[in-house]
Design a protein around this ligand. Structure first.
Ligand code: ADP
Ligand code: MG
Length: 308
């Protein structure tokens, strides 16, 4: 099937009070992928997820899940998705096993089709099946949330910041689990503000900033954009003809004696760039370097959008 796992069209959300959290968001999550929704805090990621979950009402636009429009076929849409919210929420007085059984009941999963113990096993919680949930560690609670989102075997699972504030070991565990789910055919959507996490896991990444999609690319394309570094050199005299070298991606004059030279760290290094400047006949008076980070990728993309 070629239909998208999730299709979002011109989605807008203005909260009571006037905050415009989503401003015309459009993208598809292809079936079978691990899809990253990446953006800084406040970008609108949770708002979007919560609209899909039916927890927040959209202002306008449309969304469908597994072909089901969330307004026209809300029950089918809901049955097609499992959502792990950013906040950990469940009743602390139930055991993990009861938590999953309750959730399965809530989704109308018949007893014969329930797989609570399998899910607990998959999340490494087998021996906690009958413990009180409030006695679980933070990491175990997070894993229980994932299991809970899977009780009705949805074809799509969404994890909203699954690893925010989680230690590196648990982060790796969750990544392995996400890969495992995906290998079994589940489409995974993951929101994160960690570029590295998106790089490691995702086939495709959409970047959202101030409620707008500023990029939606296969991960390797986006990675190329994050390979840029910059050296800013102050030279001994005014530059009339900027130096040229193969290792420069881009040369911009900040003032007559200061150049910002962009290069790609996967192809060259600052030493080669500085050598090339010297070989151009300039003496270097001062130098600073900047590493491209997520912010730069954002800036480059928004600039490109403004110019294009
Ligand atoms: P993210 O998950 O990317 O960090 P959110 O979707 O949580 O972003 O928030 C997007 C923007 O909407 C932020 O400016 C946030 O303060 C605002 N916001 C989120 N929830 C509400 C709410 N219930 N009422 C008003 N504003 C909200
Ligand atoms: Mg959020």
């Amino acid at each position: 099937m070629t239909e998208a796992a999730i299709a979002i069209r011109d989605l807008c959300k203005t909260y009571a009070g006037g905050k415009r959290a989503l401003d015309g968001v459009t993208f598809d999550v292809p079936r079978g992928q691990v899809f990253g929704l990446l953006g800084p805090n406040g970008a609108g990621k949770s708002t979007l997820i919560n609209i899909l979950a039916g927890l927040v009402n959209k202002t306008s636009g449309s969304a469908s899940i597994w072909g089901f429009d969330i307004d026209e076929h809300p029950r089918n849409a809901k049955a097609s998705i499992g959502i792990v919210n950013q906040e950990i929420t469940f009743d602390p007085f139930f055991t993990p096993l009861e938590t999953l059984e309750n959730q399965a009941g809530f989704y109308g999963v018949p007893k014969a089709k329930r797989r609570s113990l399998d899910l607990l096993r998959a999340m490494g919680l087998e021996d906690k099946a009958n413990a009180y949930s409030r006695t679980l560690s933070g990491g175990m609670k997070r894993r229980l949330m994932v299991a809970k989102a899977m009780v009705h075997s949805p074809p799509v699972i969404v994890l909203d910041e699954p690893t925010a504030g989680v230690d590196i070991e648990l982060r790796r565990q969750l990544w392995d689990y996400v890969r495992g789910l995906n290998a079994r055919g589940v489409t995974v959507v993951l929101t994160t503000h960690y570029l590295q996490e998106a790089e490691e896991l995702c086939d495709r990444i959409a970047i959202i900033n101030h409620g707008r999609v500023v990029a939606n690319e296969p991960t390797r394309v986006l990675l190329g954009m994050a390979q840029e570094k910059q050296v800013v050199v102050t030279l001994d005299r005014d530059v009339t003809a900027p130096p040229q070298a193969r290792c420069f991606e881009k040369v911009e004059a900040i003032d007559p004696r200061t150049l910002a030279i962009t290069y790609r760290k996967d192809r060259t290094n600052a030493g080669e760039v500085l050598t090339a400047v010297s070989e151009g006949g300039f003496a270097i008076v001062d130098v600073t370097t900047r590493e491209a980070d997520l912010e730069d990728v954002f800036l480059n993309l928004t600039r490109a959008a403004a110019n294009g």
